[in-house]
Design a protein around this ligand. Structure first.
Ligand SMILES: Nc1ncnc2c1ncn2[C@@H]1O[C@H](COP(=O)(O)OP(=O)(O)OP(=O)(O)O)[C@@H](O)[C@H]1O
Length: 272
C-alpha cells in the first residue's frame, strides 16, 4: 500500500518528540570486499533516549558502524535490533536521521525548502511542512534566515540547517558523523549546546561520532572508545559528570578526569 498525505502521522508540536529507540548490536560484523575486516563481532546495547559518543582512531570503522545502524550498509553477520520496532514509531516519518560532516544542502533551494525536503518527499502538504521547518529553524536560531540560500550562509549556519532538516521528521534515532568537525571552536561549542537542548526537548536516541574527546565528554552521557581496525570496544563508560552541561564544566577537575580515562583508552586502542 502506498502512503498518502492522509496516512501521515499527525503533525507534532515543536516541544513534542516521539522519544528514543533502544538499539542493540549483537555480534555485528562487516568485512569489505578485498578482505578488509572493519567490524568484527561488535556488541552494544544503547538505551532508548541515550546520548552516546563514539570515539576511536581514524579509519577504525566508526562511519561504517553508523552506516550499518542507519541501514545504509548491511552487516555480514550479527543482528541489529530496534525496540520498539521502527515501524511502530509514533509521529516519526523517518525514524532514523543522519547528519554528516558536510551539510549536504541543495544550493538551489532556500533554507526553508531544504529543511522541509524530507517532509516533501513523504508527501506532506506545503503548509504543514513549511510550518514544521519554520519551527525547527527557529529552534536552531535561524528563524530569520528561512528565505536565504545555502551560499549565503556561514559554515555554522549551514550545519544548523542540516541539523534542523534531520530533526524535521522527528526521528527516534539521530546519527551524527563528526558534524561540527570543520567549524571553529566557538561555533562548535555553541552547536554542541544547541544539540543538547534539542536532545533534551525531543528525547531521541543520539549516536555521535567525534574525534574530539572533549566534545564527547561534554555532550554524552556514555562514551564508547573503539580500537583501531577491526574496531573493538576498549572502554564503555557512563561519564560521571553533572546532567546539566555548562561551558564552565570544561575547566573542572571531574571533566579532566573523564578526558584522561578516554585518552588512555584511545591510546591503548590505537596500539592494540
Ligand atoms: N565501501 C568500502 N569499501 C572498502 N573499504 C572501505 C569502505 N568503506 C570504508 N572502508 C574502509 O574501512 C575502514 C573504516 O572506515 P570508516 O570510514 O568506517 O572509518 P572511521 O573510523 O569513520 O574513519 P575516520 O575517523 O577517519 O572518519 C577504512 O580502512 C576504510 O578504508
Amino acid at each position: 500500500m502506498t502512503s498518502t498525505p492522509s496516512d501521515s502521522p499527525a503533525p507534532m508540536a515543536p516541544d513534542e518528540g516521539p522519544g528514543g529507540v533502544r538499539v542493540r548490536l549483537s555480534g555485528l560484523r562487516r568485512t569489505f570486499p578485498g578482505g578488509v575486516p572493519v567490524i568484527s563481532g561488535m556488541d552494544l546495547d544503547i538505551a532508548a533516549g541515550a546520548f552516546v559518543a563514539l570515539v576511536g582512531p581514524s579509519g577504525c570503522g566508526k562511519s561504517t558502524l553508523l552506516k550499518l545502524v542507519a541501514g545504509l550498509d548491511r552487516p555480514d553477520a550479527g543482528t541489529l535490533t530496534f525496540s520498539p520496532p521502527l515501524e511502530h514509531t509514533r509521529g516519526a516519518r523517518n525514524p532514523i536521521a543522519y547528519v554528516f560532516q558536510d551539510a549536504h544542502l541543495l544550493p538551489w533551494r532556500s533554507v526553508l525548502d531544504n529543511v522541509a525536503l524530507p517532509l516533501e518527499l513523504t508527501g506532506v502538504p506545503a503548509p504543514e511542512r513549511h510550518a514544521a521547518a519554520r519551527a525547527l529553524l527557529t529552534e536552531v536560531g535561524l528563524g530569520d534566515a528561512t528565505a536565504r540560500y545555502p551560499a549565503e550562509l556561514s559554515g555554522g549556519m549551514r550545519m544548523r540547517v542540516s541539523l534542523a532538516r534531520a530533526l524535521v521528521t522527528r526521528p527516534r534515532l539521530l546519527l551524527l558523523d563528526e558534524p561540527f568537525a570543520a567549524l571553529d571552536e566557538l561555533t562548535r561549542n555553541r552547536l554542541d549546546d544547541q544539540l543538547l537542548a534539542l536532545w533534551k526537548e525531543l528525547g531521541m536516541t543520539v549516536l555521535f561520532v567525534t574525534h574530539s574527546l572533549s566534545e564527547a565528554a561534554y555532550l554524552a552521557q556514555r562514551a564508547v572508545v573503539l580500537s583501531r581496525r577491526p574496531a573493538r570496544v576498549m572502554l564503555d563508560r557512563r561519564l560521571e559528570l553533572p546532567a546539566e552541561r555548562r561551558a564552565s564544566l570544561r575547566s573542572e577537575p571531574g571533566f579532566a578526569r573523564e578526558l584522561g580515562l578516554l585518552q588512555e583508552a584511545l591510546e591503548r586502542g590505537d596500539a592494540a
